[in-house]
Design a protein around this ligand. Sequence first.
Ligand code: 8YV
Length: 323
Amino acid sequence: MTNKPRVLVTRRWPAAVEAQMAAQFDVDLNRADRPLTEAELRDAMTRYDAILPTVTDRLPATVFDPSPRTKILANYGVGFSHIDTQAAKARGITVTNTPDVLSECTADIAMTLLLMVARRAGEGERELREGRWTGWRPTHLIGTKVSGATLGIIGFGRIGQAMAQRAHFGFGMKILVQNRSPVPTEVLDRYNATQVPTIEDLLPQCDFVSLHCPGGAANRHLINARRLDLMKPTAFLINTARGEVIDEHALAQSLWFGTIAGAGLDVFEREPSVPDALLNTDNLVLLPHLGSATRETREAMGFRVLENLTAFFDGREPQDRVA
Ligand code: 8YV
């Protein structure tokens, strides 16, 4: 028998993190590396002191055992809208996340999507690989200039600011910001950014709009048909936040009818399913939720989870408590 806390890791993590975890805790790995079902998660709540979920584990209130053994859900990721934090709190369960360590890489993917869709890089690569390229011509795959354009950022937390840094210093873009609370002037000044009061103020002014707000019920379909109509027909929408922030049906319609020029998406409402209406649209770049997917960042996320767990079981306050 061991006195180490029993920990369930719901997916496979980088080897170095798993090794350190195994040295500190009594760890069960989900060797099949598939999303756990709600029934499995409910059962796990009765058997583990800690569960380390990812975005593929849905933890609505119905999954929470009335008197669980689990004391902490240490989420592998910054976004935690897949966890009902109220239900966790009501049962005395601590919830932590992994902020900071993935901001740079997620902003890199947002900028990748922005550049790819503006410069039609996905379309071009498909054409070349499929043997459809007939050679250079002055009117071939004409895109939109990024440098000097106006970028609207919705949600100006760590990732939104990392995006602003790239756009302002790398591409000389003009930055407009919409955020639920006032952003300190010194933060805006870093990127020569201007905060506007509402999304309605922001959308008509932008050549690109990038979403960096949390997901969850409060922001579900924040970008809907009415708001897409406010964007310029030449503008592009980028989403590396959460799929539910955009009404995908409305977006497909807008792309089809040319209400907006294009979009770049790394996240989807019902991952890994992507609606056919989006798959069959050319002025769209689609990535399979790669925001934090670098060796360095995935390791850093893992070690951050371990820091939270260690603090919690040592009786200290975990640095990344969200509930
Ligand atoms: C993670 C993410 O890979 O951290 C987040 O919120 O979206 C991704 O970068 C994923 O959530 C892991 O659970």
